[in-house]
Structure formats: structure tokens, C-alpha cells
Design a protein around this ligand. Sequence first.
Ligand SMILES: [Zn+2]
Ligand SMILES: [Zn+2]
Length: 128
Amino acid sequence: MRAKDHPDAEKVFKKLRKQMPTLSLDTVYRTLWVLNDLGVITTLGSSRERARFEGNLEHHHHFICTRCGLTSDFYSDELNALRVPDSLTEIGDVEQTHVEVRGTCKKCLKNVSKQIRSDKSTKQRSRK
Ligand SMILES: [Zn+2]
Ligand SMILES: [Zn+2]
């Protein structure tokens, strides 16, 4: 529940195995789904395959880095109260509005600028 990086079962498994060497991935999967069914955690998206788990049950939104997949929580009263089109009732009942913002995280931005710099220096080198 403290994990802020929206891990999938494999990531949880890798983290826990250090403390519990006898732990199996299967146990992690089953436990995560039990916790999900109990409402202690929730999942991102709808697919049961490669689901990612969420310990933050407060109404929040996500920033997703399209380069590294980092998913960060953020809060906005404005977005919580976002009005959705009436036409959605034709699709189904709306329970909650969740906004997914996509972009490049700070870490990746740094790497991108580093890459550009090294690209420039290799070009300069090859010109010699
Ligand atoms: Zn990133
Ligand atoms: Zn989240």
C-alpha cells in the first residue's frame, strides 16, 4: 500500500523476495487479488493480465511518462468534479472520473537532454 510506483505483481514479488526468499510469484498474485477483492488496494486499468496495483484509495489522477512508464499520483479537486458528457449514460454508470495525463517525466527529460548533448558531441567528433 505504501508503494507509490503502481507496481505489477512481478515488481512486488521482486521487492518482497529479498525479505522472504521462499515466497512464490503465485502467492504474490493470489494475495494481491485477495487484497483487491477486499478493497484494500485497487488496480489500474481493467485487464486482469499484467495488472498494476494501487495502494492509494483516495480519489486521484495519474501522470504517465510515455518513455519509462512512471505513473505518479496527483490530486485535483477540479478534476475530481469534472463533468462528463451525458452521452456516457448510454455506455454505463459513471462511478468516478480518473484523468490520465501523459508526458515525459523529469528524469526522462534529463536523459533526453543528455542524449541530445552527446549526439552533438559525436557529430562534432565525426566531422574531424
Ligand atoms: Zn520517464
Ligand atoms: Zn495512483
